[in-house]
Write a protein that binds this ligand. Structure first.
Ligand SMILES: Nc1nc2c(ncn2[C@@H]2O[C@H](COP(=O)(O)OP(=O)(O)OP(=O)(O)O)[C@@H](O)[C@H]2O)c(=O)[nH]1
Length: 874
């Protein structure tokens, strides 16, 4: 505490200095110099003195009165003139005849206080002030002393701790040293007393260390407690902060959303609110359009494409609408459309090939490399229905196929290898009916030569023409078999003429097509036909690679109850072995057995050999490529990949179809839909039937196959037919017991067919019933207006001559002027002379009154017509 003088103290307290000096002197303190230091001891003494003198002074004052009060009273009279307010104002005045006299009494009081008392009071006040000041000062001094003492204690404690640490270190060092010294001590015994002395010192030091370490340990515990407390506190604070931050973030999020919305609106409306300005602070607006590299796979959903371009799906959909494409966010679009859209939106599309896995798995198999060897030709027989295709093949392979077929028509592709004198020929027996167009087209793709069968008695028919087109499109040479030459009405030249008209020119006429007259029934000319085919094949120099993984084409597939999926495969390259792992479309499997066209087991099949394969996981599609792969894992991988791809594509097609439907329905609400569920024995038949039935669709009736499949009709087919209100068609298949029961319960009709014509005809007639009957107008008579009369009763009457047909009173009419209809309505009256008649024949004059029309003129024509309702059929 800073030192102060007596004068300072007097100034601080406001007590006059001389009084303070008196007080000090009275307290017995020798204070002559007011600028001398006012020590604490002096202050204490002064305080004691003040406290002690306080009571004594009061006692001393008790001697004699401390004050005297003097009182004086004086009287006087005032004379006041009479009247006026003075009288009233005088409270004590007496009334006189001439004036008034007022007695005035004045009282004075004066108090005298003893000087010593006043001084004592002042001294008392000062003493009180001094007492308070001294108390305050002394208390402050004491407090500072206490603080100093505490600081000192703390310092000492710290020093002790430091010393303890030093000691501990020294002890550790000493211990290390002691172990070293121990051996030395053992060697030098005379040093023992010194060692003892050291021991004593060491004991004391150890005692000290112990005490110190004890205190240090306590301190550590305290520190630990403190640390934990601080940590807990910090944790609480952190959590509180986090909570606050989260809350703030939520608030900000909302604010940002609002800001974004505001920003958007702002941009749209051109108004910038506070929110949009916040947005601008957060994001820097790009100075140039951002061009992105966008990977475009084979199929992609609209949403995903938008994401890859970093645009909003809604914007992309808008762009698509501009391009005339309607799509939803989850709809898959094809690669071409996606590329177009990416370009339209100013980005760079990169087409992603999804065949990498195909290449990796199939490798060499896809592209056969190796020494090429000659192979036998694959021949397809085509022609119009009933022109003798099956009979011809039957003759060639000497087996009765035609007689075993339902309705005498070949229902699906069969592949047969036939040994002839001119080597092996592989025949694909394609049916002649138009329904099998798709299969024929597929057959032509694997075909080297086409035998076009034309019945000599029938000539070129629609399917003959179609076969020519398919062969031409596939670039396959044709050999014409002019069949049924044994028939009396056979006219081979007619066939030549008709085909020449379709640019199939016979060799003898300077063309390049061999025409062979034959009879499939008698076998006449069949040898020549085969020779011609062999010759044609020779010209083609057909080759195949034998030493490579086998590959081929699925000709047909069906589900066999005992053997599972069965596929007829035409091997094109390599040699297919039993035990090979093959993949075909989305199916794969190890070849369990190979069967030839006679149903006999074979171990292998080389190029141009048709073979039945057992062991696939499912039914491949006719026309699918078959490839041998290294192992099952790869085959499975690839099959899965393809399945996924095909599912995507199917999804895409389905969605597109729905959209189409939607739009067409919007355009025309009157369209009737016939849904079909078609099941068949083999894939080819189902496909063909589906196609030909779908082709029956027209503007008014749409035929939609909702489901197709191979195998018996089961419960789920019936359920599907129920749900989609579909006709259930079984082609060469029947419903199983459960399905039959379900169908019966729900009155679902089952339509079984084994001849494709029947299915088509029946559906056609069913659909015909659904067509709206057509109403046609037929003009039944015309009359010319020769004169016009007016009748008071009937109004205007036109005198006419019926020039054509008959005019009937009940039929509607039209009035034509210069062949332009001027009125349409009914007849009011039809008269012949004065009689009303119902009809007037041609060449007869009559009077005609037209209802609600009085402007018939001479030269007009009155046309009488009737409306006829015509039932329609397809
Ligand atoms: N006279 C005579 N009849 C024949 C000849 N070839 C076929 N036919 C008869 O013609 C009819 C039809 O013969 P198919 O072999 O079934 O005719 P297709 O072209 O195979 O008929 P689809 O399988 O329905 O396409 C049968 O009755 C045969 O007997 C022939 O060369 N001469």
């Amino acid at each position: 505490m800073a030192q102060s003088t007596v004068r300072d103290f007097a100034e601080q307290t406001g007590v006059p200095l001389d009084r303070l000096m008196i007080q000090l002197r009275e307290a017995g303190l020798s204070c002559e110099d007011p600028d001398a230091e006012f020590a604490e001891s002096d202050k204490t003494a002064l305080l004691d003195h003040i406290r002690s003198t306080h009571g004594r002074k009061e006692e001393a004052d008790e001697e004699g009165p401390s004050q005297i009060t003097l009182k004086r009273r004086s009287h006087s009279q005032l004379r006041m003139p009479s009247g006026g307010g003075a009288e009233r104002r005088s409270a004590r005045g007496s009334r006189a005849a001439t004036g008034r006299t007022v007695n005035v009494e004045v009282r004075k009081k004066r108090t005298y206080v003893k000087r010593s008392v006043v001084e004592a009071e002042a001294a008392e006040q000062d003493a009180q002030v001094l007492e308070r000041a001294l108390q305050r000062d002394l208390k402050a001094a004491e407090e500072s002393r206490r603080q100093e003492a505490e600081a000192e204690t703390e310092r000492q404690r710290q020093e002790a701790a430091e010393a303890a640490a030093r000691e501990a270190e020294a002890a550790a060092a000493a211990e290390a040293g002691a172990s070293r010294a121990e051996s030395a001590a053992e060697a030098s015994a005379p040093e023992e007393p010194e060692a003892e002395a050291e021991q004593t010192v060491a004991d004391i030091e150890a005692e000290q260390q112990k005490a110190e370490s004890e205190s240090a340990r306590k301190k550590e515990i305290e520190d630990e407690k403190e640390r934990k407390r601080l940590e807990a506190e910090a944790k609480r604070e952190r959590e509180a902060e986090e909570r606050a931050a989260r809350k703030a973030a939520r608030g900000k999020g909302k604010a940002r959303k609002k800001a974004e919305a505001g920003g958007r609106q702002g941009r749209r409306r051109g108004a910038a609110g506070a929110a949009s300005s916040a947005l601008q602070q957060e994001f820097e607006k790009p100075t140039a359009p951002v061009v992105r590299d966008v990977q475009v796979p084979e199929t992609i959903t609209v949403g995903e494409l938008a994401q890859r371009m970093s645009v909003k799906a809604a914007d992309l959909i808008k762009e698509m609408m501009k391009q005339g494409v309607m799509a939803t966010i989850n709809q898959a679009i094809d690669q071409d459309t996606a590329v177009l859209l990416v370009e339209e939106m100013g980005h760079r599309p990169h087409i992603v090939r999804e065949d990498d896995l195909e290449e990796a798995v199939l490798g060499q198999a896809a592209e056969p490399v190796g020494e090429e060897v000659s192979r036998s030709p694959v021949v397809t027989i085509m022609g119009h229905v009933d022109h003798g295709k099956t009979t011809l093949l039957d003759f060639i392979r000497r087996a009765k196929v035609a007689s075993g077929e339902a309705g005498g028509i070949t229902q699906h592709i069969g592949a047969y290898r036939v040994n002839t004198d001119r080597g092996d020929l592989t025949f694909l027996d394609t049916p002649g009916h138009e329904a099998f167009t798709a299969m024929r087209a597929r057959g032509a793709q694997v075909t080297d030569v086409v035998i076009l069968v034309v019945a000599a008695d029938d000539g070129v028919m629609p399917q003959t023409e179609e076969a020519v087109k398919h062969a031409r499109a596939a670039g396959v040479p044709i050999v014409v078999a002019v069949n049924k030459i044994d028939r009396e009405d056979a006219d081979p030249d007619r066939v030549k003429n008709e085909l020449a008209a379709r640019e199939v020119i016979p060799e003898e006429w300077g063309g390049d097509t061999q025409f062979i007259s034959c009879s499939a029934l008698t076998g006449q000319g069949v040898e020549e036909l085969l020779e011609a085919v062999a010759l044609q094949a020779e010209l083609l120099e057909l080759k195949a690679v034998r030493e490579c993984p086998a590959s081929g084409i699925v000709v047909e597939s069906s589900l066999d109850r005992g053997r599972g999926p069965v596929a007829t495969i035409l091997v094109q390259n390599g040699v297919l072995q039993q035990g090979d792992m093959i993949i075909s479309g989305t199916e794969y499997g190890r070849v369990r057995a190979l069967l030839d066209e006679r149903g006999e087991r074979v171990k292998s099949a080389g190029p141009s050999t048709p073979v039945v394969v057992l062991g696939l996981s499912g039914l491949p599609e006719a026309g699918d490529e078959v490839l041998v792969v290294e192992d099952e894992r790869k085959a499975r991988e690839l099959a899965d990949h393809r399945r996924e791809k095909s599912r995507d594509k199917r999804l895409q097609a389905q969605k597109a179809a729905r959209m189409d439907e939607l739009f067409s329905q919007m355009q025309d609400q009157e369209v009737k839909t016939v849904n079909l569920v078609i099941k068949g024995d083999v894939q080819g038949s189902v496909e063909a039937l589906t196609q030909s039935l779908t082709n029956l669709s027209n503007e008014e009736v749409r035929i939609t196959p909702v489901a197709t499949g191979v195998g018996a009709i089961n419960e789920s087919d019936v359920n599907l037919a129920l749900a989609s209100e579909a006709l259930l068609i079984g082609f060469n298949v029947r419903a199983d017991a459960k399905a039959r029961r379900l169908a019966q319960e729900n009155e679902v009709e089952l339509h079984y067919y084994s001849i494709i014509y029947d299915a088509i005809d029946q559906l056609r007639s069913a659909i015909s019933g659904m067509l709206e009957p057509e109403t046609q107008e037929q003009i039944i008579g015309t009359a010319e207006v020769r004169d016009v009369f007016r009748s008071s009763q009937l109004g205007q009457i036109a005198g006419c001559l019926v020039v054509d047909g008959v005019v009937r009173r009940r039929n509607p009419i039209r009035v034509l002027r210069d062949n332009v209809v001027v009125f349409e309505g009914d007849l009011e009256s039809l008269r012949r002379f004065k009689d009303d008649v119902n009809e007037v024949q041609s060449g007869t004059e009559c009077g005609i009154g037209v209802r609600n029309y009085n402007d018939v003129r001479v030269g007009d024509q009155i046309e009488c017509y009737e409306r006829v309702t015509i039932e329609r059929s397809l």
